[in-house]
Design a protein around this ligand. Structure first.
Ligand code: GPQ
Length: 831
């Protein structure tokens, strides 16, 4: 039974005493939960017991609002945004929920009076790592903003039993450990064992005639698996609205099991259970390139099928007939991973709900919208037709039929242009036939958007040029944003307090444009002093954290120069490394030079099968080992790799950074969102004109941004002309000596071959033009160092960066989706 069917109105007074917000109520709730849920008394409670009691006490207070929201949404028949995403990276819930409930101070005091270490309780929570990086974190920021903006919504995804691996560093290499995040239980989720849908795979299709004599298709599957809903409440900031993150867990279908039992195959039945459960077992740890694995396609269809069936159930429960499905729902596809939903909705409408093709297509293409997150060709999903057919025979028929209708239209519009038809087809015919998921997503959606202005432009002019020629109005831009609740209020309470005091209100937390009020104080020396103190305090905290975990000691007075993101060649961590090696060589050559001390901090995971990315991690650690232990360097520069960068650990990083490294090759990073998180916390950016960097620079002013490198246009021109990296290597003596130093074996205990694959690739191919941008990068870094010497000027730039970050709130992004793409309205739930 869904919570939307709660039979009686709430007894508000009873709820208030049970879930009150006063300190006394919080203390009582906490002790009750420790006793009745954890079965513990104070003296024997473990830190984990204390965390669970705190989590349940917080959840109790959210549930009241959740049920109210569900009731209201149901009676209002409100239009609902369904955000389909194979990844969600919400980060630990407790601190964020306390912020959104507005009870951080009360809870801190309550904990203090109970003699508890509040920070330790918060730190106890495991990271729900159900995503790889930016795409999954964006989904979580959007969920926060949807609730805060009071827009009814459901996030649909997979409840992976194992999320993104935990990264440890051993002998400088990344080592992956499985992430058993559910080991100690998950107090935030509510299982809904009765919200369960069958998901079909394999088998064949057959034609039959229904009682009206119409020809119909039946899919006879070879396997049926159940998806069971697990719900996590997503509370908005300072509002009564609570939306739903509904994640599906795969279980063996009981009806299927029985068949095995009946023939006495008990062992086989249990085996089928295990096989069924593998579907939601583990997240694929590839960030951008696709693995193309059968299990991945099964996962995608699994969550998509459950989600569409759930929406149809909700449609019947609230509005009624399916004709208004596209008015009741809008489905946002977070990249192509859920784009099978287009074929699945068609199948359900036609095969299960008796619609003809035209009516079903009319609903389908009006309900879907698609966000593209990459232009990298290797990251564009395609599935071989033979695999697709084996797993989803009915969906292949539907894809062919969509394609036939679509290509007919193209042929009418572009008479005789068969080349164009070939390019636009949903099926790639060169070599092994493959289904192009991006083409399916564009054809099946009424709106397509990129994630930053530059990216959306490139989407129209390169990747989807043919589609843009055909349907110019279908294409939009919505620049990404991040939630200031998580990345400012939760991560950086000191800065948040200072901003609220300076602006005289905390309204900026829900209206980030209000940060502009800081500009009036940008020259105020009192503010400068406190701004500096806040940053230094965060740097001390980070230094202590890193010392404890890596043994490396950083000087809080040094520039904290941070690059934290997935390790990928296009993001160019190795360009950063070349600068570090340059600083090292300079210091070795003239030890007495007056260099500004720097701490180079890296964080990020490499896909386990991405050899070059793993070698980059090894090189970072190898360079760190030599520099940190060189007595001549004497701590002037330090290099450290933060192990296991994730949402939780990132919260230590953003507040402490002085310099944010956003140095991807122009045209390659669709948006980036770390760039926004750093800048919101007062870091200055060194970056290329890529992704959202372009707009960040526009907002903060070019005098407050360290720009270097080729533009996207210059990049494509250079590539057209023919790019020869070895010419840079041959001509630039410093560049040559930096690369030669890597090859000398200095960083690898004399092994001159270890890093050869990396240096050879740079000198011979350099697909991301590291060498072409090297000189400009070094020069720009020299400007950074000079600028840092002028503390007053630096602090002013830092304040202005924060003051001008309003645009990059995910609230602004969601408002744009709501207005231009979804056409949804807020439905406030009063407190
Ligand atoms: N992104 Cl296609 C991912 O994190 N994973 C992916 O599979 C794809 C894209 C990122 C992209 O690289 C960043 O530039 C964006 O800021 C981010 O998605 C969110 O849009």
């Amino acid at each position: 039974m869904s919570m939307a069917q709660s039979p009686e109105p709430l007894d508000v007074d009873r709820e208030r005493t049970r879930t009150g917000m006063s300190k006394t109520a919080l203390k009582q709730g906490f002790l009750d939960n420790l006793f009745y849920i954890q079965g513990r008394f104070r003296e024997v409670a473990t830190p984990h017991d204390l965390y669970m009691a705190a989590a349940y006490t917080t959840r109790d207070r959210i549930l009241e609002r959740w049920i109210k929201s569900a009731q209201r949404y149901k009676t209002n028949q409100s239009r609902t945004v369904c955000y389909l995403s194979a990844e969600f990276l919400p980060g630990p819930h407790l601190a964020n929920n306390l912020v959104n409930l507005g009870i951080v101070e009360t809870a801190t005091e309550a904990a203090h009076e109970l003699g508890l270490d509040f920070d330790a309780i918060i730190a106890e929570e495991a990271e729900p790592g159900l995503g790889n990086g930016g795409l999954g974190r964006l989904a979580a920021c959007f969920m926060d903003s949807l609730s805060t903006l009071q827009i009814p919504s459901i996030g649909y995804g997979i409840r992976y039993e194992f999320g993104i691996f935990d990264q440890t560093i051993e002998d400088g290499w990344q080592v992956e450990k499985s992430d058993n995040w559910l080991r100690n239980g998950n107090p935030w989720e509510i299982p809904r064992p009765k919200i369960r849908f069958p998901v079909l795979y394999g088998g064949y299709t057959e034609q039959y005639r229904d009682h009206d004599g119409r020809s119909r298709t039946r899919w006879v599957p070879a396997q049926i698996i159940d998806g069971v809903a697990y719900d996590t409440p997503i509370l908005g900031y300072g509002v009564g609205n609570v939306n739903l993150l509904r994640l599906w867990k795969a279980e063996a279908s009981e009806s299927f099991d029985f068949q095995a039992f009946n023939v006495g195959d008990y062992y086989g039945a249990v085996h089928a259970k295990i096989e069924a459960e593998t579907i939601s077992k583990v997240l694929y740890p590839n960030d951008e390139p696709e693995a193309g694995k059968e299990l991945r396609l099964k996962q995608q269809f699994f969550f998509v099928s459950c989600s569409i069936q759930d929406m149809i159930r909700l449609q019947f429960n609230t509005v009624g007939p399916l004709d208004s499905f596209a008015e009741k729902f809008v489905i946002q596809l977070n990249d192509t991973h859920p784009s099978l939903a287009i074929a699945e909705l068609m199948r359900l409408l036609m095969d299960e709900h008796d619609m003809d093709w035209d009516r079903a297509w009319d609903i389908t293409h009006r309900v879907f919208c698609y966000t593209n997150h990459t232009l990298l060709p290797e990251a564009l999903e395609t599935w071989s037709v033979s695999l697709f057919e084996r797993l989803l025979p009915r969906h292949l028929e539907i894809v062919y039929e969509i394609n036939r209708h679509f290509l007919d239209e193209v042929r009418v519009h572009f008479l005789g242009d068969e080349d164009r038809v070939r390019r636009m087809s949903l099926i790639a015919e060169d070599g092994e036939r493959r289904v192009r998921m991006a083409n399916l997503a564009v054809v099946g959606s009424r709106a397509v958007n990129g994630v930053a202005a530059l990216h959306s432009e490139l989407v129209k002019t390169t990747l989807f040029k043919d589609f843009h020629d055909f349907w110019p109005d279908r294409f939009h831009n919505v620049t990404n944003g991040v939630t200031p609740r998580r990345f400012m209020v939760v991560a950086n309470p000191r800065l948040s307090r200072l901003i609220s005091e300076t602006c005289g209100s905390d309204d900026w937390i829900r209206d980030l444009d209000r940060l502009r009020d800081l500009e009036a104080h940008a020259m105020d020396s009192g503010l400068h002093e406190r701004w500096h103190e806040v940053k230094i305090a965060a740097k001390r905290d980070l230094a202590a954290w890193l010392k404890h975990r890596t043994g490396v000691l950083l000087d809080p007075e040094a520039i904290f120069d941070v690059q934290a993101k997935r390790i990928h060649e296009y993001k160019r961590q190795h360009l950063n490394l070349l600068h570090i090696i340059r600083c090292y060589q300079r210091l070795k050559q003239s030890p007495n030079q007056d260099m500004v001390p720097r701490a180079f901090i890296f964080g990020g995971k490499a896909a386990p099968g991405y050899f070059m990315a793993k070698l980059i991690i090894k090189l970072i650690n190898a360079v760190a080992e030599v520099i940190n232990n060189d007595p001549q360097i004497n701590g002037f520069i330090r290099v450290v790799f933060m192990p296991d960068f994730n949402v939780k650990n990132g919260q230590h990083l953003y507040p402490a950074a002085n310099l944010s490294e956003q140095i991807s090759l122009a045209g390659k990073e669709a948006s980036g969102t770390g760039n926004m998180k750093f800048s919101m916390n007062g870091a200055l950016t060194i970056g290329t004109l890529d992704g959202a960097n372009v707009e960040i620079r526009e907002e903060v002013g070019k005098e407050n941004f360290f720009l270097f490198g080729m533009s996207a246009e210059e990049v494509s021109q250079r590539q057209r002309e023919g790019y020869h990296p070895w010419e840079h290597y041959a001509k630039d003596a410093e560049l040559k000596s930096d690369i030669d130093l890597i090859n000398s074996g200095l960083f690898s205990h004399g092994d001159t071959q270890l890093f050869r694959p990396l240096t050879d690739r740079l000198v011979n191919q350099d697909p991301f033009m590291v060498l072409a941008d090297y000189r400009a990068y070094i020069a720009c870094q020299d400007h950074v160092a000079e600028a840092y010497r002028d503390h007053r000027h630096w602090t002013r730039m830092s304040i202005l960066n924060v003051a001008r970050m309003g645009k990059f709130s995910s609230d602004r992004a969601i408002r744009e989706y709501a207005e231009h793409i979804w056409r949804t309205e807020p439905h406030p739930i009063d407190l």
